[in-house]
Ligand binder design. Structure first.
Ligand SMILES: NC(=O)C1=CN([C@@H]2O[C@H](COP(=O)(O)OP(=O)(O)OC[C@H]3O[C@@H](n4cnc5c(N)ncnc54)[C@H](OP(=O)(O)O)[C@@H]3O)[C@@H](O)[C@H]2O)C=CC1
Ligand SMILES: O=C(CO)COP(=O)(O)O
Length: 309
């Protein structure tokens, strides 16, 4: 049996946690999913676990880490983080939070163009596992790869994680673009200008430039900005149709991480003097300060500039 039937615990019973658990089960691995609502003792669940996959949303990362710290995790346990968000208190990424809490454990980031609903239908998809611990990444690659899920290795966990996180802001902008029916030229311009904005922020926060042109960067940007299955895209699309943010969130299935990410990213950009024009308009829109059309007008009216500078 694959890799001596490693025992895996997925923390987080949301759609992404369930999807990752299903991928591992397809490979005949012993998988348990732990959720706050499952009524099981987390200590018992992880007792003989060799791999923990955290698939909670960003607001669940700090509480999950706190719970695990009380359980004296074995330092041989590999921790995988699949969250796409920025911590609202520290502004740090989940990789940083996990690394700070468990410096002796191998840590792997999993991120890519991975709309859970498509993966659950068995449609082909690819993702990235990135780590400073190559053996842990290779193990994860073997554990999760299958006929319809292709897993690539990468040695830049921060860049891999930031690509998946920052594109959520752009997915909101992209939903606005489609909701306002601005056309294919506008959408192409938006996505193409979104990438250097992501690279500017992502490299400043420690990611390698090359990573943002890969699956977890450009790949996830294209997937999320073009699919009505994306919750972040849906937020932008429905704002463009005239719904208010509370009305949208009341009906949205699951988490749209881009809302919190936009707010945190604006704080980072102001502190580090980063030019983030698209994020800035998304932020003002989410705060209810401007309408979707004004956000577009303001982006178009900026000072003219060179394409690459
Ligand atoms: N859906 C997708 O297609 C993909 C999602 N992701 C990312 O994975 C993460 C989870 O997404 P998804 O499953 O879709 O989200 P859901 O909204 O479906 O699930 C949210 C998850 O976060 C957990 N959670 C929320 N608040 C807390 C808290 N305070 N303490 C502990 N746990 C908490 C929930 O735990 P519980 O189960 O205990 O309620 C649940 O598992 C997000 O960061 C998302 O960006 C990444 C790739 C694809
Ligand atoms: O990250 C995702 C696809 O890769 C999921 O996107 P949403 O969180 O916007 O649904």
């Amino acid at each position: 049996m694959l890799e001596n039937a490693k025992k895996i615990t997925v923390i987080g019973g949301g759609i992404w946690g369930q999807t990752l658990a299903n991928l591992a089960r397809r490979n005949h691995l012993a998988v348990r999913v732990w959720s706050r609502h499952s009524g099981e003792d987390l200590g018992n669940v992880i007792a003989d676990t060799e791999v923990i996959i955290s698939a909670v949303s960003i607001k669940g990362v700090a509480p999950t880490i706190e719970k695990l710290q009380q359980l004296q995790l074995n330092s041989c346990t590999i921790i995988v983080t699949a969250t796409k968000g920025l911590d609202p208190i520290t502004t740090r990424t989940p990789f940083h939070l996990w690394n700070q809490a468990f410096p002796d454990n191998s840590l792997v980031v999993l991120s890519g163009p991975n709309l859970a609903k498509e993966i659950n239908q068995g449609l082909p998809a690819a993702t990235v596992v990135a780590s400073y611990a190559p053996k842990a990444a290779i193990l994860l690659q073997k554990l999760l790869s299958g006929e319809s899920f292709r897993v690539y290795l990468n040695s830049d966990p921060l860049g891999t994680e930031l690509g998946g996180t920052l594109k959520n802001v752009m997915a909101i902008a992209s939903g606005v673009c489609d909701g306002l029916q601005l056309g294919t030229n506008a959408k192409s311009a938006l996505l193409t200008r979104a990438l250097p904005e992501i690279v500017r922020v992502g490299t400043c926060l420690g990611g390698c430039q090359e990573t943002f042109f890969g699956l977890s960067g450009l790949g996830d940007l294209l997937a999320t900005c073009n699919s009505p299955l994306s919750r972040n895209y849906q937020v932008g699309y429905q704002l463009a149709l005239g719904l208010s943010l509370p009305e949208i969130l009341a009906k949205l299935e699951g988490t749209a991480e881009g809302i919190n990410t936009t707010e945190v990213l604006m704080r980072i950009a102001q502190k580090k003097f980063l030019y983030v024009p698209i994020t800035c308009q998304v932020d003002r829109l989410l705060r209810g300060e401007i309408s979707p059309q004004v956000a577009v007008d303001e982006l178009m009216r900026r000072d003219l500039k060179a394409e690459f500078d």
